[in-house]
Design a protein around this ligand. Structure first.
Ligand code: AMP
Length: 176
């Protein structure tokens, strides 16, 4: 049987203009998720990048971070830690506030989920302004865990998220 061509995951990301509001070009990952080869390729490429770096926990913020974080954790032989919006986690939590365009929001993690000695990889679908990932970074660091890197399927470089996360390592599969 002939070897199949490698999947270019860029071909499976759809642009939706003016969603969820005018002026936003939304990067829709549902075509990628719906294609077995493209979804698997995205997880394979992320795992390849971080294999051998001693990561024992993948952490991700709801909701789209979970979609990539959970299969990546399984593939890498790591645990998965959910970072959630207020009031969703049942046990004691620690929280991080972060600024939104208007007002602020808050992310929470279980107080016993991370801590000194854990080596953590944070993952999300899209790096835009970096606000969400900066809050996740601060949350992980406040537990005493070691943040190894922040990884994304898509980076919107023109929105300036990467410099806000550095000197932490930032890795993206596709950059616009
Ligand atoms: P930010 O905090 O600005 O980096 O935004 C990151 C979060 O918002 C990610 O979790 C994405 O799911 C979502 N997001 C922001 N901008 C976009 C976009 N243009 N297309 C798709 N998702 C986006």
């Amino acid at each position: 049987m002939a070897a199949s061509a490698p999947v270019d995951i860029r071909n499976w990301i759809r642009d939706i203009p003016d969603f969820p509001k005018p002026g936003i070009l939304f990067k829709d990952i549902t075509p990628l998720l719906g294609n077995a080869d493209a979804f698997k390729t995205s997880i394979d490429l992320l795992a390849e990048e971080f294999q051998g770096k001693g990561i024992d926990v993948i952490a991700a913020a709801e909701a789209r971070g979970f979609i990539f974080g959970a299969p990546l954790a399984v593939q890498m032989g790591a645990g998965f830690v959910p970072i959630r919006k207020p009031g969703k986690l049942p046990y004691a939590t620690i929280a991080q506030e972060y600024a939104l365009e208007y007002g602020s929001d808050r992310l929470e993690v279980h107080s016993d989920a991370l801590g000194p000695g854990r080596r953590v990889l944070l993952i999300d679908d899209v790096l835009a302004t970096g606000g969400t990932m900066c809050a996740c970074r601060d949350l992980v660091k406040s537990t005493g865990a070691e943040l190894v890197a922040c990884a994304f399927v898509i980076e919107l470089s023109f929105l300036g998220g990467r410099p806000k996360l550095e000197p932490c390592e930032v890795f993206s599969l596709v950059t616009y």
